[in-house]
Design a protein around this ligand. Structure first.
Ligand code: NAP
Length: 285
């Protein structure tokens, strides 16, 4: 799958710990191959205590750009020369571009999510949104939905203070449309009845606990509600199976993963990734 490595091959990569499970090398090397570009993308296992040295090394080796995953998405920000406004609001960087030795950080997760919805002709502008969970992924999605002019965003979380924190960022720095509450069956039903899009962002239902369902009571669902689960392993969680039975458009997290990668690749290389290539990426799951 990796392109032939030559003297002029440029290197891209991803840093994280652990890193062996990452799909990013497969996704990016498929893009490089389909577009016939002289790039290759490799995983770098970087422990927390080695982050600064690793960044210096990546710069010294003229690595053109890299993704950043757990546990470095927040801590990397202090080592960068600049961070996009969106990444600053999200409070995390997942993409770094090396411009002549200066490093610039971006966050493409929220954008990836929005683009994955557009594939299904779902637009968040003017929509009422319910987000379940308030971790890193929820924050990226919520901030981007606010930027994209959602009408109202409600975030439910087990630890309600974390949901409040995201709402504060949105209400203070973007637009005053966000509110929070505790993640409970009653609240999911109460808020769920009034929304257009539900986004599940907790790991409940993810492999290996694939029988787990974050929302047991789905009687409130109407068929015009779009339900998204950021999980892509399994491709169809119990939540998505159940919501499909109610006639809802049910979307998993594979599209978000693909489009955040596509967006990162476009930032690094300036090349447009065509729909034909994106079609190939959807087939990788
Ligand atoms: P995270 O920062 O650790 O946040 C996890 C969230 O889930 C927290 O809000 C946590 O609540 C909640 N949670 C965890 N276990 C729970 C439980 N048993 N009951 C109720 N709430 C629970 O994780 P993350 O990075 O946001 O990732 C979350 C999920 O999104 C994962 O499944 C991940 O694979 C997926 N994801 C997908 C993509 C994609 O591209 N498709 C990208 C990123 C993440 P507390 O705050 O109360 O602990």
């Amino acid at each position: 799958m990796v392109n032939t490595i030559r003297g002029d091959t440029k290197v891209l990569g991803v840093i994280g710990n652990p890193i062996e499970h990452s799909f990013s090398p497969q996704i990016h090397n498929t893009i490089c191959k389909c577009l016939k570009l002289p790039y290759t993308y490799v995983p770098f296992h970087v422990m927390e205590e080695n982050l600064q040295d690793a960044i210096k090394g990546l710069c010294a080796l003229s690595v053109q750009g890299f993704n950043v995953t757990i546990p470095h998405k927040n801590s990397i920000m202090q080592y960068l020369n600049g961070v996009s406004e969106e990444a600053r609001l999200i409070g995390a960087v997942n993409t770094v571009k090396n411009v002549a030795g200066k490093l610039y950080g971006y966050n493409t997760d929220g954008n990836g999510f929005i683009r994955s919805l557009k594939k299904y002709n779902v637009d968040v502008k003017g929509k009422n949104i319910l987000i379940l969970g308030a971790g890193g992924a929820a924050r990226a999605v919520a901030v981007k939905m606010a930027i994209e002019q959602a009408k109202c965003i409600t975030i439910l979380n087990r630890t309600v203070d974390k949901a409040k924190e995201i709402c504060e960022v949105i209400n203070t720095h973007i637009v005053d449309i966000a509110n929070s509450d505790v993640f409970s069956s009653e609240n999911v039903s109460r808020y769920g009845q009034r929304v257009d899009i539900i986004v599940h962002t907790t790991p409940i239902g993810m492999y290996p606990n694939i029988e787990a369902n974050p929302v047991e009571q789905l009687a409130f669902l109407k068929e015009d509600i779009v339900v998204c689960d950021l999980i892509y392993n399994p491709p169809k969680t119990v939540l998505l199976k159940e919501t499909e039975k109610s006639g809802c458009l049910s979307i998993n997290g594979w599209g978000m993963l693909i489009y955040q990668a596509v967006n990162a690749f476009e930032i690094w290389t300036g090349e447009k990734v065509s729909n034909d290539v994106i079609y190939q990426l959807y087939k990788l799951l």
